[in-house]
Structures are given as structure tokens and as C-alpha cells.
Design a protein. Structure first.
Length: 169
């Protein structure tokens, strides 16, 4: 959405976009972010490269798109890490309550083991881990879901989850 425009309204016609391809994350230091996401996922980049294209930049509402990138594939989703070199953007404040912010969530089977392993490895969580409780969440079927939130080096919101009930896939 360009500055000064109102919120977009769209027709109710389904577009059927239900197959994720990737999530793109703008980063300030590609090498540091690749190291972070490699450690987090245990995966090596499947692609790395550069781009310098005015038309591609224009497709994103930018004057140019001179950038470095790396893609790390996880099950069912690519994580595209993108360092814009021209134009260089300002860092956002990715707090969860800010409209337009988003988060990337990683499902785990053994929450406690992953949470403890991450803490021991030096990951800093934004707050205490949380288990969904009666009276705080609906539907009741989601009770017992466990979550914890943390950030990548640029402040992108990340989450680990052991879902229950309605949150399970």
C-alpha cells in the first residue's frame, strides 16, 4: 500500500491462493542472517545470488532492486533472505501489535526440548513461554498449545509452536 492511500477493498471472489511458496525477509546483513537461519533450521541455502533491476524494483514500488539474496528451504516453504543495497531501506519496528507486522512460525513436536536447546544455544526469547489456557482463548480445542517468541538479528518476529486442537494442522 502506497503512502497516503486508504486500506484496499477487494471483491469477495476467492482467488484460491492456498499453496505457500516462500516468505521474504528483508535483512541488513545477508551473511549474518544466513548464519542465523542456518543455525535455526539446520539447512544450507539452496540458492544465493544478486540482482540489479529497475523493472523488478518497480514491481515492488521501489526505484530499483539492487540486492543480494539467499534462499533456505524448509518443509513446504522457502525462506528468502534479501539484503537491499539500492535503495537501502530503514529498519522497521516489528512489534507484534503493529499493523503490517508479521511473524514466521516453526512447528515443533517436543516443545520443551526445543525451547531448552534454543535457550542453551543463546537464543533470547521476548518473554516467557506460554501455554494456551481456558478462559484466555477460544476455541477450547486449542487449549494446551505451547508458544514462545523471539527475533532474528533484524527484529523479524519468529515463533515456535507445539499446536493442539484447532491450531494443529
Amino acid at each position: 500500500m502506497k503512502e497516503g492511500k486508504s486500506i484496499m477493498t477487494v471483491a469477495g471472489t476467492p482467488m484460491n491462493l492456498a499453496q505457500p511458496a516462500h516468505v521474504g525477509i528483508s535483512v541488513s546483513d545477508l551473511d549474518a542472517s544466513v548464519a542465523f537461519y542456518q543455525a535455526l533450521t539446520g539447512r544450507e541455502p539452496v540458492a544465493q545470488g544478486t540482482m540489479d533491476s529497475v523493472p523488478f524494483g518497480g514491481s515492488q514500488g521501489l526505484s530499483n532492486a539492487k540486492l543480494r539474496y539467499a534462499t533456505i528451504n524448509i518443509e513446504g516453504l522457502g525462506i528468502d533472505l534479501i539484503q537491499f543495497q539500492d535503495p537501502v531501506g530503514e529498519r522497521t519496528d516489528g512489534k507484534a501489535n503493529r499493523p503490517g507486522s508479521m511473524h514466521l512460525c516453526f512447528q515443533v513436536d517436543d516443545f520443551e526440548a526445543v525451547y531448552q536447546r534454543m535457550r542453551e544455544a543463546g537464543y533470547e526469547f521476548l518473554g516467557d513461554q506460554y501455554t494456551f489456557l481456558a478462559g484466555e482463548v477460544t476455541p477450547e480445542g486449542a487449549l494446551g498449545t505451547r508458544v514462545a517468541y523471539f527475533n532474528d538479528p533484524d527484529g523479524t518476529n519468529l515463533e515456535i509452536i507445539q499446536p493442539k486442537g484447532g491450531f494443529a494442522r
